[in-house]
Ligand binder design. Sequence first.
Ligand code: ADP
Ligand code: MG
Length: 287
Amino acid sequence: SVPLAFFAGLGATSKNGVLIKGSNYLEALNEVDTVVFDKTGTLTQGSFTVTKVTPVSGMTKDDLLGYTAAVEQNSTHPIARSIVNSFDGDLSQYTITNSVETSGHGVQADVNGHEVIVGNEKALANITVDMPELDSTGTTILVAIDGQFSGSIIVADEPKPDSQTSINDLKQLDLETVMLTGDNHAVGTTVANKLGLNKVVTNLLPADKVSEIKKIQANQSDTQKVAFVGDGINDAPVLVQADVGIAMGALGSDAAVEAADMIIMDDKPSRIASTIDIAKQTRRIVM
Ligand code: ADP
Ligand code: MG
């Protein structure tokens, strides 16, 4: 049977804006020694703005942005939304066929009969890219048209105002904080260093994030647990692999909410430390 104090604990967490799918997860929070975060939409706002458009010579900014926005129309990725929103022209002039999205890479489609690839270095692996300086202020999105590198677009995202408090509070509780991201090294380390996380691993595919969680678990004792906090469709397998999976409920994907054990209703990362506090108080009452 479930001790009554757990009901009180679950009540307290729901007042704190966190839904927990069972008292066992509240109890498990007491054993968490490492909190692993996704970056985009979890520690950062997940709403990008286009800050720079750099076409190769012979191409206009509008052409580059137009072809890119045309391909990104079919993607729900926050980077895709920002690029579509920043294009002022008429997207109906582009005919899109054979649209394919590869998570952690980017998107590809035929636009008016031209093959367009949009994404990171992995997405353009087969194309000779005149690589722009990686910009730590934003994520560099590369574009290839008919097998030719055609330019780059920088999109920037800011940490949530609440993320700094979250990391400070978790460190105060003596927890290890880690960031896993599919974003590049320049952007990933800039955000992680700014917030003061203990560790950051960049350029990860969704499957790599699962392996990183397994690596942490392999180094833990039976009583140590790892929590993962994420928001995206890609994050579902990682949320399942972690001992405690925590999803953002407001702007997070349905897949993440479904896969998670705990849901932060207002997307504030600082709710993690306050929920751990409630878990500790609940254990004190039960024991
Ligand atoms: P994160 O780990 O930060 O949540 P994702 O796994 O969603 O990142 O994406 C990793 C990287 O893959 C992005 O930083 C971007 O370079 C590239 N990418 C993914 N989807 C798209 C897209 N629709 N358009 C352009 N680039 C994309
Ligand atoms: Mg993500």
